[in-house]
Structure formats: C-alpha cells, structure tokens
Design a binder for this molecule. Structure first.
Ligand code: NAG
Ligand code: NAG
Ligand code: NAG
Length: 800
C-alpha cells in the first residue's frame, strides 16, 4: 500500500472512532498533527464532557501522562486541550503505522477519570536522508553489463507517503537505476551497469542519487555516489617489438649488454608492474645470458662461441604483478671471429707405403678442421719441404696426399711430411703438423756382384776344402728382400759336375775347393756363381768365376831320349871327321809342368873326356867342342842331368854313350855292347822305328802345311823339328783339356820338342783359343817375354 493512501484511511478511521467513542464509550479521542505549535487546541475537552466552564475550574482538571513529558495540557479558560510540548511522531512512534499517546484526564468533585487517546498524525516534516554524505563504491572495470550494485537506501522518518517514495540517478553513461524491494530492507536502489567500465579511460565516476518522498511539498535527499573503477588487470604487458634481433660478435666479454627489451602494461599498480624473465630457454642459452628482471636488460653471462652456436633464440616473458604475461622473441646472431686455428687431422695414411707406387697415387687423406665459418674457415694446405708429395684439395677441407714421383725406399725410406694449413681470416691463423711416412720395401733390386768377373788362382795340389775366393754381392733391398744367398750354377767341368770341384758358402760367398787340383790335368775352368735374394719372387744375378790352377813344380823332367833307364842300348855314332861344333846327339826331355817349371836346362855332369863335347843348356844338343882327333878314345860316355827351373828344381839324369867311329863295325866294344842278341835286335828295331817315325813325321808336316795353306787362319804348329816324337812318347797324362773341344786332342798338344835345328826346344803353351788364357798367364814377366820372343821367332821361321 502506498503511503498517502494509508494516511487517508487512517484519518477516516480516527474520525469515526472519535465519534463513536464520544457517543458510546465516553472516552475521549483526539487527533493532532505532529509538530503542532504549543498552545494549539487539540480539542474542546470540557465541552466534549459536558462540563461548563464554571464548574470546570472547580473540578480541578488534570492531565496525567505516564512518561515525563506532558504533551498536552488544559487551557482552563477555554476548556480546550492544548499542545504543551512539541510532539514528534517520528520520535514517539517511529515508523509505526499508528501513533497514539494515551493519557488520563482527571476531574475532581466527583473524581472522574477519562482516558484520552491522542492520535498524532504525520506530517511531511522530514526529507529523505542518506546515511552518509557520499557513497563510495569500488567496481572492477571488468564488471559485466547487467551487474548490479546496491546502494544505501535513503531514510525518511515520515510515515506513509511522506516516507521515501522514489529515487533518481543523475545522468551518466554507465549506470541506470533500479528499485528493489527486499523483505528485510524494503525498497532500496540499485545501479545496474549498462555500459562497461574502462578504468583506463575513466577511473572515477561521481553520480548523484536523489531520493524523493511522497509528501507535499515533496522533499528530497541526495547522496553522492563515488564510484572508483577498480583496475581489473585487463591489460597484459606489451613489448615494444614482438621480435628483437641483434648481432653479437663471438668472444665478447661477460657482462656485455646485448639489448634491452621493454614492455608496457597499461594497468596500474601491481597490475602494471612489469617484470622480465626468460620463458623458454635451452640449457645452452641459460648459461649464456642473464636478464635483469626489472629493466629487461639482457647481458652476456657465458662465453659466446660462434662455433658452438651461431645464433640464440631467447623467449622473454614480461609479467605483470597479477601474473599476466606476454612473450617476445630475441634473436641473437653470433658473428664469427677468426678465433680458431685450423686443426690438421690425418684421416688416413697408408704407412708404410710400398715403394715404386706410380706417381700420383693417393696415399692418405688429411682433413683440416676450422670451426670458423665463411672465409675464416677457408683452408689452404700445403707441404713446405721438398718431398715427392703434394696436397690435392678434395671435398670440403679434405686434402688427398698424393705422390709426385715414384718412391724408392733405397733412396729414402722415411719421410717426415710437414703439412701447413692456413685459413682465410684476417689475420690468418695457421697450424702445421708433421707426420711420418715410411716406405715399405719391394723386392726391386737384384743382388749385384762387386765385380763383373772374378778370377781365382789356385795352386795345384791344394788341400781340399781350402778357400779359393770370396765373391760378394750387395742387394739394396730390405731384410729378406736384400739377403743374398750364393750358390753355384750347375755345369760340368771336364765331364764332372762343378760341385765336385768347388763349393760356395751360401751365406758368406766364400768359395772352397772341394778337391785337390792338378794343373797338369786341368788348367782352368769357369763356374757361374748365382747370388739370389730371399724375396718373393726372388731376384738373382750371376757372375763368372774363372779359376786358374797355377802350376807347381811337381813333375820331374822326363828324359825321352836317350832312354833314362841306363840299360837300354843307346849309342850314337860320331864320325871321326866331325869338326868342332858338329851336332852329334840330342837329349830330349819333357816336363809335364809348365812355364819355369818346365823350362829345362841340360848339363853334362860327368864325362869320360870332359871338354870334348858340350851340351846346349837349353837345347840339349850335344856338339863336339873341338875337332876330333885320333887320340880321342873311341868310346865316350857322359851323364847328362836335365833340370827344370822350378823352385825347388827337379832333375833327371841319363847316360849317353858315343862311339867315335866311321864304321860301326870298327867298334869292337860295340859288339861287346851288342853281343847280346836281343840288344842288337833292339837296335835294329830302333832304326826301323826311327826311319818310320821320320817318314811319318814328314808326311805329317806336309799335311799340316797343306792345311795351313787352305786355311790361313788356322793355328800354327809351333815346331819345325826334324825329329818328331809320336804322341805315344808323351807321358800318358799329358793331355791338355780344352773345354771347347773343337780340335782333336792331338792338335792341341803342346810340343815339348827339341829338334836338330837351330831353333829352340823351349816349349810354349798356346791354346788355340787365344782368349782363354792370355789374360792370366801365370808366367813371370821375364819368362813371358822370353816366350813371346821365341814365339815370334818360331812364327817367322815357319812362315818363311
Ligand atoms: C723424422 O723425424 C724423426 C723425429 O721426429 C727423426 O728421428 C727422423 O730422423 C726424421 N726423419 C727424416 C727423414 O727426416
Ligand atoms: C719384400 O718385398 C715384397 C714385395 O716384393 C714385399 O711384399 C715384402 O713386404 C718385402 N719384405 C720386407 C721385409 O720388406
Ligand atoms: C746369368 O746372367 C745373365 C745376365 O747377366 C743371364 O742372361 C743369364 O740367363 C744368367 N744365367 C743363369 C743360368 O741364370
């Protein structure tokens, strides 16, 4: 129910009540507006009780209030109940619907009591009033549209329509007013948010709320509504750039400022206080940078190494006090500085490398690592020494080590290769490395003998096993490839294997004689000695060893004529008329030895008539020394010694019998001598033999001459002897063997002949194969000269 309506009904009711009370109950009821001035007549109470004025005062009317205040009194003159004191309904009754004051009205003579009810009517004496002069509201700016905020209601003590009836709100953009009724509160105003607030635009609003009552005149009360728009941290910090990019040279000192990020937060207070931190960060970056929480300054904390990381990406979070955050990215590009020297790494190396690899072979790979980038990491690589290698650039910073010549271990077996690598920085950095390369052996050298030809001279009659010669070959190769083993090459000497003559020590190259040599059987031979290395396959070479057996004087001269055994009948007949110097006989002797050892000299060591005959020291020719005379004895004999020139010299003797007679028959002693049948027969045979031999020899000479005419180049026989000695006379072992075997052995015999001519009987050894022995004739120089003189003489005489 509305206030004014309620008041009207109450008034009607009061009026009716007064009338009825007056009529029925005798009690008095009056009504009066509050705040009526003092003395205002409430009602004519005397009149209402039917008491006239005269009796009224005698009856001593009295008003008796329960409380201390006497609101009314009796005006005795007028008999009216008048207001005695200010009556405030609001004070008396508050907001009770009816406000009445009860009091008693006493009259004496007779004492009567009347109960008087004074109804106090409300008047609009109060304006609506707010509790405070201002209402302070804090509304977060984030409040949504439609949000309601209740305000204090205004208070108007007046009752009914005089109470607060309505409100009004001053004009504003954000709020409208709404009245609400609550059971416990009655009507109260609310403001409803119609347009959202933004603290950042307007952080305070002042509204005026007016409360209206229903009285007449209407009273109002106002209150200031101060709204503070609370910050709703609705702003996140905003970086000045979403991405920052900086370049930073590597190796900058710690504490270098990289850059400063900054973010703004439009919020206020803690909501706008921005702090910085790294949001996501790799461990690497975490060790590298720090950020100042307050200023956003990023500094270097660790060692920035381009080679470790060429860029960093930092996520930085700016956070306000309420924890709202945004991020930005900081890209840090690290700039390379040439701070790394190249590092030389031998990736592979064929060591040892075999010699005689073809030039240009790749024998190793070298990698040069330079952590710097771009030109700082451009590598040049070279070998400074004069070695047969070079570096050939291959794929990035790899170099092949290539030979520039064929290697030869025998020249250089080991190389120290120094490689220098320089980078392209400014200034450039460089480093070098030395590594060893060894050259492995290949069996490419055959053993080489120190001489091209070896000659050994072995005296005959040597002891078996005695060393003959040392051959030696060198092989430049390594170890077994250079180990030389000596051996004899199989061949035959004189039909016997060479191994039965010589042996060689495989390790030392010492050649030993296996048997005792006999010059008279074998004067020289050659063997091939092989030197072989132990390589696989082995290499070898061979050398010719000429073995010359030197003569020793081991053969005594052998007298062929006269027969050395004295018992044979050998008598020369010397004509009586023989003049001085006539050749009467000749001692013929041979010596199987050669040279000096065979150089025979003849001496008469005992003669029956010394001085009658002489003997040619070298020719063995016996000649008369003077003319014979009758006085000389008929029978002469003497002993001739034949001596060789060896050391010591050997000799043989024979006895020569001469008969000085013109007729054999005159010699009586001869008969004595030849009375023996057999001996005369022997002489006979001997003569026949001599004749036939001479014939044979002449024939032989003719044949030889014929042969010589036909083949001028044919070798010459070295004698012109009138006396030929058949081969049967030669000692059986006296046959020189010539390995070539191109001539019959007979042709090859040396002639140890004496002849009746003036020519020497000296024997001369000359092989038909002139090359075989010329180089190593063992005769002493003088002897050789002699011999050559003789030789020339012989040829001369022969060719004439
Ligand atoms: C290589 O160097 C080593 C030591 O470093 C040295 O003993 C050797 O003689 C050197 N070789 C050459 C061929 O220079
Ligand atoms: C000998 O040479 C062969 C190649 O001919 C080679 O394989 C071997 O290793 C060499 N031996 C030595 C000890 O150098
Ligand atoms: C001996 O060496 C020569 C070359 O020096 C060679 O021609 C010959 O075949 C070799 N003889 C043997 C039997 O090895």
């Amino acid at each position: 129910m509305d206030g004014p309506a309620h008041g009207f009904i109450t008034k009607c009711f009061v009026f009716v009540a007064i009338v009825s009370y007056h009529l029925c109950l005798g009690d008095l009821r009056y009504s009066i507006s509050e705040e009526t001035r003092r003395g205002f007549a409430v009602g004519k109470i005397a009149q209402d009780l039917g008491i006239d004025m005269k009796t009224l005062s005698s009856r001593k009317p009295r008003v008796d209030f329960d409380g201390s205040k006497r609101y009314c009194d009796i005006n005795l003159k007028t008999g009216e109940l008048v207001v005695n004191e200010r009556i405030d309904r609001e004070a008396l009754c508050g907001q009770k619907q009816s406000c009445v004051i009860h009091f008693d009205f006493f009259l004496e003579n007779p004492l009567t009591l009347h109960r008087v009810t004074l109804e106090i009517e409300d008047i609009n004496d109060n304006a609506p009033k707010f509790r405070n002069e201002a209402i302070d509201l804090e509304i977060p700016e984030s409040a949504n549209k439609g949000a309601r905020f209740s305000l204090d209601e205004a208070y108007d003590p007046d009752f009914g329509v005089n109470g607060v009836q309505s409100y009004a709100l001053s004009n504003n953009e954000h709020f409208i007013l709404s009245l609400q009724t609550a059971a416990n509160r009655g009507k109260f105003p609310e403001i409803v948010l119609e347009n959202e607030l933004d603290r950042e635009k307007q952080d305070r609003l002042s509204l005026i709320l007016t409360a209206y009552d229903g009285g007449s005149p209407q009273r109002t009360g106002t209150v200031l509504v101060n709204i503070r728009v609370l910050d709703a941290n609705d702003n996140v910090p905003v970086f000045s750039q979403t991405t920052y990019e900086v370049s930073l040279p590597e190796n900058v000192p710690v504490e270098t400022v990289v850059l400063t990020v900054s973010a703004n937060d439009a919020d206020e207070g803690p909501n706008g206080e921005v702090t910085y931190e790294f949001s996501y960060l790799s461990i690497d970056s975490e060790n590298m940078f720090t950020i100042n929480q307050k200023t956003g300054e990023i500094k270097v904390k660790g060692e920035i190494d381009f080679e470790e990381s060429s860029s960093y990406e930092l996520r930085i979070r700016a956070k306000d006090g309420a924890g709202q955050a945004t991020s930005c990215t900081v890209l840090i590009n690290v700039l390379d500085v040439n701070d790394n020297a190249p590092v030389i790494i031998v990736k592979s190396l064929n060591t040892p490398v075999h010699e005689n690899l073809p030039s240009g072979s790749e024998i190793g790979i070298i990698y040069v690592q330079d952590k710097d980038s771009a030109s700082n990491g451009d590598i040049r690589c070279s070998i400074e020494q004069r070695v047969p290698f070079k570096m050939v650039p291959s794929v990035k910073n790899h170099f092949a080590l290539v030979t520039t010549a064929e290697l030869d271990r025998e020249v250089q077996a080991e190389y120290n290769i120094s490689v220098t690598a320089t980078d392209g920085g400014s200034p450039p950095l460089y480093s070098s490395k030395t590594f060893q390369l060894s050259v492995a052996d290949v069996n490419d050298n055959a053993p080489i003998f120190e001489k091209q030809l070896y000659s050994a001279h072995v005296a005959e009659n040597n002891k078996p096993g005695s060393p003959v010669l040392l051959v030696s070959a060198k092989d430049l190769d390594w170890r077994q490839n250079g180990t030389v083993v000596y051996s004899l090459l199989h061949s035959n000497v004189n039909g016997a294997p060479v191994s039965s003559f010589l042996s060689v020590n495989g390790d030392t190259g010492v050649i030993h004689a296996v048997r005792s040599f006999d010059y008279e059987q074998l004067k020289s031979f050659k063997v091939l000695v092989l030197a072989r290395d132990n390589g696989s396959p082995p290499l070898s070479s061979n050398v010719t060893v000429n073995v010359f057996i030197t003569d020793e004087n081991d053969n005594t001269p052998q007298i062929l004529y006269p027969s050395p055994d004295g018992n044979s009948f050998m008598t020369e007949l010397v004509p009586k008329a023989a003049q001085a110097g006539s050749l009467v006989s000749k001692v013929i002797a041979v010596d199987a030895d050669s040279g000096q050892n065979a150089w025979l000299s003849y001496h008469i060591i005992k003669a029956s008539d010394p001085g009658l005959f002489t003997i040619g020291v070298h020719s063995g020719e016996i000649r008369t020394q003077r003319d014979l005379s009758e006085s000389d004895r008929m029978k002469q004999n003497f002993i001739v010694s034949v001596r060789d020139n060896g050391q010591p010299s050997l000799f043989a003797t024979c006895t020569l019998y001469l008969v000085i007679s013109d007729n054999l028959a005159e010699v009586p002693e001869l008969k004595d001598v030849s009375h023996d049948e057999s001996s005369s027969k022997l002489t006979f045979y001997l003569i026949i033999a001599l004749v036939s031999v001479s014939t044979f020899f002449l024939t032989f000479i003719i044949i030889i001459l014929a042969v010589r005419f036909c083949r001028r180049r044919k070798p010459r026989l070295l004698f012109d002897g009138a006396v030929a000695i058949p081969s049967a006379y030669l000692p059986p072992n006296y046959a020189e063997v010539d390995g070539l075997g191109t001539l019959r052995s007979a042709y090859n015999y040396d002639a140890y002949l004496t002849t009746g001519s003036r020519t020497s009987d000296f024997k001369f050894v000359r092989s038909y194969n002139e090359g075989t022995l010329t180089a190593d004739l063992t005769l002493k120089k003088s002897a050789v000269d002699d011999l050559e003189g003789l030789d020339a003489e012989l040829r001369e005489s022969f060719e004439v």
